[in-house]
Write a protein that binds this ligand. Structure first.
Ligand SMILES: Nc1nc(=O)c2c([nH]1)NC[C@@H]1CN(c3ccc(C(=O)N[C@@H](CCC(=O)O)C(=O)O)cc3)C=[N+]21
Length: 284
C-alpha cells in the first residue's frame, strides 16, 4: 500500500477559485483588494517567489503593488517603502520578502509594518494575537497545512502531531494554530536539541517536517498510516530535496509531495489573508 497524496497544487487551485468569488463580491462594493510586495536585492530565488505571488493575484483578481530596491539599499530606504505601503489605501496588505540582503536588519523593518496590513501573519502583533486568540492574519504555511489536512479528511481533533523545526514561519507558530480548541491536536515540537527524534516520530499521527534537513524523516520512524507533510526545501543539483525520505510513502497513510504540496498552499493562504483583511475592513 502506498500513501494517498495530499495534493497541494489541486487544493490551492480550488481555494483560488473560491477566493475569486469573494474578490468579485468585494468589487461589487467598490473594493479592490491589493497585495504589495517588497523585494530587496537580486536573489533569483526571491524574485521567482515574488513573481509567483503576483501571478496568483492576477488569477483571483487581486491588484498587485510591486516595490523593488537594489541590494545596495539602506535600512532607511527599506523603511521608507514600508511607511509608504502602510499609508497607501490601495494596499490591503503586503509582505517584505525574506531574507533581506546582508547588512539589513529585518526585525525593525517587520515591526514598522502596520500589523493590520501583515499578509504573512508573522508580525509580532499577529503572533501575539494568535497566542491570545484574537482575530487577525495567520501564518501562511501553518494555515496552508491545516487547510490541506482538512480538505483531505485527515482527522486533526485529538491527533498526536510531531513538528520538526523551530523556525518562526512554520515550527514555532504551527503549534499555536493546532492546539486551538477548533483544531484540538496535541503538539510536540522537536528540534536539533531533541535527544531521541525516532521516539517522538513513531507515535505521531501527523508529522510536519520543517527542519530543512534532507531526508530527516526515515520510513522506519513513521507510524503506519500517519499523515506526513514535507515542508523542507533543500536543493541538490537544482532539484528540491525535502525533509522526508521517499521510502516513507510506503508506510504513511497520507503524504504531501514536494514540490506540489505545502508550497502552493502557502501561496494560496497569502491570497486568503489579503481577501480576509479586505473583508474585515469592509465589515463583512
Ligand atoms: N515574507 C516572506 N513570506 C514568505 O512566505 C516567504 C518568504 N518571505 N521568503 C521565502 C519563503 C519561501 N516561500 C515559498 C512559497 C511557495 C513555494 C512554492 O510554491 N513552491 C512550489 C515549487 C517550488 C520550486 O519548484 O522551486 C511547490 O512547492 O510546489 C515555495 C516557497 C515563501 N516564503
Amino acid at each position: 500500500m502506498t500513501a494517498q497524496i495530499l495534493d497541494g497544487k489541486a487544493t490551492a487551485a480550488a481555494i483560488k477559485s473560491e477566493l475569486s468569488v469573494r474578490v468579485a463580491a468585494l468589487k461589487e462594493r467598490g473594493i479592490v483588494p491589493g497585495l504589495g510586495t517588497v523585494l530587496v536585492g537580486d536573489d533569483p530565488g526571491s524574485r521567482w517567489y515574488v513573481n509567483g505571488k503576483h501571478k496568483d493575484c492576477a488569477e483571483v483578481g487581486i491588484a498587485s503593488i510591486q516595490r523593488e530596491l537594489p541590494a545596495t539599499a539602506t535600512q532607511q530606504d527599506v523603511e521608507d517603502v514600508v511607511r509608504e505601503l502602510n499609508a497607501d489605501p490601495a494596499c490591503t496588505g503586503y509582505i517584505v520578502q525574506l531574507p533581506l540582503p546582508k547588512g539589513l536588519d529585518q526585525n525593525p523593518v517587520l515591526e514598522l509594518m502596520d500589523p493590520d496590513k501583515d499578509a504573512d501573519g508573522l508580525h509580532p502583533t499577529s503572533l501575539g494575537r494568535l497566542a491570545l486568540g484574537i482575530q487577525g492574519p495567520l501564518p501562511c504555511t501553518p494555515l496552508g497545512i491545516v487547510e490541506l489536512l482538512r480538505r483531505h479528511g485527515v482527522e486533526i481533533n485529538g491527533a498526536e502531531v510531531v513538528v520538526l523545526g523551530r523556525g518562526v514561519t512554520v515550527g514555532r507558530s504551527i503549534g499555536l494554530l493546532l492546539t486551538r480548541k477548533s483544531e484540538n491536536a496535541t503538539v510536540t515540537l522537536c528540534h536539533t536539541g531533541t535527544r531521541d527524534l525516532g521516539y517522538h516520530l513513531r507515535k505521531a499521527d501527523i508529522v510536519i517536517a520543517a527542519a530543512g534537513v534532507p531526508h530527516l524523516v526515515k520510513p522506519e520512524d513513521v507510524k503506519p498510516g500517519a499523515a506526513v507533510l514535507d515542508v523542507g526545501v533543500s536543493r541538490s543539483e537544482g532539484k528540491i530535496v525535502g525533509d522526508v525520505h521517499p521510502g516513507v510513502a510506503e508506510v504513511a497513510g497520507w503524504i504531501s509531495p514536494n514540490p506540489g504540496g505545502v508550497g502552493p498552499m502557502t501561496r494560496a493562504m497569502l491570497l486568503n489573508n489579503i481577501v480576509e483583511a479586505a473583508e474585515r475592513r469592509a465589515g463583512i
